[in-house]
Write a protein that binds this ligand. Structure first.
Ligand code: ITT
Length: 185
């Protein structure tokens, strides 16, 4: 079965595509560029974009909004992750965290799926810590500074499939697939 993924981010397509292929689905990227509203939660951001898409095309699709939440910074950059990445980058986050021992953080991803009639949301979370220095070449975004729980390597030091097996995105996708499979039977 084919799933339309509305995103401009090729890295997301690659990761979601690999995870979904393992689960028996094919991903097709659609770069419609829906606007992203500034809101308090990833759910609100995802649903705002998803509603904009449905006003233009009613075919089933999913999109995803993700964020990096640092506890010491009271959840910042969170819903501002894309803007912060494009401005101060992960180097800016490391500077804000210099000499801090409280380094817990998490990634969250919220998928909004439109089945042609209504929306369904699926959330994935991965907890971990902010590294002292950036490490690794794989992945994208904040991956070089995030060490998932139970690991010593950053996401950027892991292979795509290792990241996918435990990541916020991988987990949100698994939930969506579980729901899709149930719907099919
Ligand atoms: P869309 O077109 O799908 O919206 P985007 O790149 O704007 O793509 P988001 O707003 O969901 O994506 O993501 C916010 C930022 O969080 C993004 O710019 C990345 O830098 C970062 N990010 C998202 N997922 C990540 C991941 O798996 N690993 C590292 N950083 C990630």
């Amino acid at each position: 079965m084919r799933l339309r993924f509305i995103t401009g981010n090729k890295n997301k397509v690659r990761e979601a595509g690999e995870r979904l292929a393992e689960l028996g689905y094919e991903v097709v990227q659609d770069n419609m560029k829906p606007p992203e509203v500034q809101a308090d939660t990833l759910e609100e951001v995802a649903l705002f974009s998803a509603k904009w898409v449905v006003e233009r095309s009613q075919e089933p699709f999913f999109l995803e909004d993700a964020g990096f939440f640092v506890d010491y910074l009271k959840g910042f950059p969170g819903v501002y992750s894309a803007y912060v990445f494009d401005t101060i980058g992960y180097g800016g986050i490391l500077r804000l965290m210099r000499c801090k021992t409280e380094r817990s953080a998490r990634f969250e991803a919220v998928i909004a799926y439109w089945d042609g009639r209504e929306f369904h949301t699926f959330k994935g979370v991965v907890k971990g810590t902010v590294s002292r220095n950036p490490r690794g070449e794989n992945g994208f975004g904040y991956d070089p500074i995030f060490i998932p729980e139970g690991e010593e390597r950053t996401f950027a030091e892991m292979s795509a499939s290792e990241k996918n097996a435990i990541s916020h995105r991988g987990r949100a996708i698994e939930k969506m697939v579980r729901w899709l499979k149930k719907k099919e039977t």
